[in-house]
Design a protein around this ligand. Sequence first.
Ligand code: HEC
Length: 228
Amino acid sequence: MSSSRKLSARAALIAFCTLAGAGGVYAHGDVAPQPMNTDALPDVGDEWLIENPYRDQGEEVWTTAIEIGASGYNQNCARCHGLEVISGGLAPDLRYLEAEEYGDEWFAERFRTGYTQNGTTKMPAFEEVLGQKASWAIRTYIETRPDQDMLDEYADELHKMRDALADGSADVATVKPRLEDIAGKIETLSGAPVADSIAFRAAKQLDGSEDSMKQAAETLTIGLSVAH
Ligand code: HEC
């Protein structure tokens, strides 16, 4: 991981924690859209696409899109659509939007124009402020959210792994494959093939070094605290 990627991951994390800690995030209300830095993503041109271009351009682009999309989502969408894209009932649960052309078209339509009912803006339009690259980054983040119920099934085991990774007693040679195994069992609700779960992330981070054990423990800690 390059240092700039590390930094942006950290920035997303801080943004996330700030949000999670602030009591007011679930409130409706007029909050100005927050611009996003999408320089790290491939250009998509001026014409609006009808399908998510960051879904099939390899893992590097995919991961970057998720990172940028996560912070963009948390700043612009979470207050209505819910943290981690788990809706609290104020607006539709976006995790169910199919990760293919039909779902993408509908996503882009709403993103660009928002939604107004009887003269009241229920959802602001984001086309002008955020632009197309941001839209697909957020889309990539949304469609890769894991099914939280599936994740909950492994919460106890993940807690134990977290503790062992944090105090350095974990045997990475057994923990890593087990994390990969769990990651493979956790699905998305959108039909996207890979769920970006905490098990998936932690497994990727583990390279045998002490530092990577700490990172993986941190990933699990944050994910597990969001879940409960
Ligand atoms: C102020 C609240 C609010 C914010 C902020 C908001 N939305 Fe929405 N969104 C809504 C509401 C309400 C609806 C339901 C509109 C309807 O009835 O079709 C909706 C609908 C949608 C839909 C259609 C979902 C479906 O199942 O039909 C998409 C996609 C969507 N929003 C994406 C986003 C994205 C992406 C962001 C952030 C960039 C965002 N929204 C920010 C309130 C909001």
